[in-house]
Structure formats: structure tokens, C-alpha cells
Design a protein around this ligand. Structure first.
Ligand SMILES: [Zn+2]
Ligand SMILES: [Zn+2]
Length: 113
């Protein structure tokens, strides 16, 4: 594989600057958690709430990793858990992480087949 040469100019530099600043902006949001109340209400961890996620554009059927409920999602980047299971267990519905990002010693939930 060979990639075409991209002649480096001010526009290329500005794109690099833009992406760098976006990463810093997102990192500060993750650290400062400015929308904490809304984020917790949505059962979403700091990473999933503040970092843009990419998924393929296709309606996708998915199943909750705890109760097995079937649902539809607007992209291939489906949630891990239904909102009820996420909220009941203090987990992020998107990725399944603990809402405080703490490793717990005991699994509170029971998997339904
Ligand atoms: Zn569920
Ligand atoms: Zn998450």
C-alpha cells in the first residue's frame, strides 16, 4: 500500500491544530464533568458522554447484556445495556462501565437468559 503525498501547507497545519485542540477540549470536559447531573440522569459514564463515538450508519438490533431485552439503535455502535439495567446497577448504558469508573468486588446483577 502506498499513500499519496500530501503537500504540507497552512491548511494542513490548521487541521492538525484543530484536532489537537478538540482532544484537549474533550479531555477537560472529562476531567471537569460540566454536565454531571444530566450525564448521571442519562446513565452515561464520562468517556461515553463527552467523547464522540463513531458507528456505521445502519439500524441495528441489539440485546441488553443483563436482561436480554431486544432494542433497535440508529447505528452499529449499539449500547451495552438497556436504560433500566444500567440505572438499577449504577452502570453506563453505552459501554457497561461503573458510573464512577471503579472496579467493584461483587457483581450486583444477575444475567437473564
Ligand atoms: Zn436490560
Ligand atoms: Zn460508558
Amino acid at each position: 500500500m502506498e499513500k499519496q503525498r500530501i503537500k504540507h501547507d497552512l491548511v494542513q497545519m490548521e487541521w492538525g491544530n484543530y484536532y489537537g485542540r478538540e482532544v484537549i477540549k474533550n479531555a477537560l470536559k472529562i476531567v471537569n464533568d460540566p454536565d454531571q447531573a444530566a450525564r448521571k440522569e442519562a446513565s452515561c459514564c464520562v468517556r461515553c458522554y463527552y467523547v464522540t463515538q463513531v458507528g456505521g450508519a445502519a439500524m441495528t438490533t441489539w440485546y441488553c447484556g443483563i436482561c436480554g431485552a431486544k432494542d433497535m439503535h440508529g447505528s452499529t455502535n449499539t449500547p451495552c445495556l438497556c436504560k433500566a439495567c444500567a440505572k438499577d446497577n449504577g452502570l453506563c448504558f453505552r459501554c457497561g462501565a461503573d458510573m464512577e469508573l471503579k472496579n467493584r468486588r461483587k457483581q450486583k446483577w444477575t444475567i437473564t437468559d
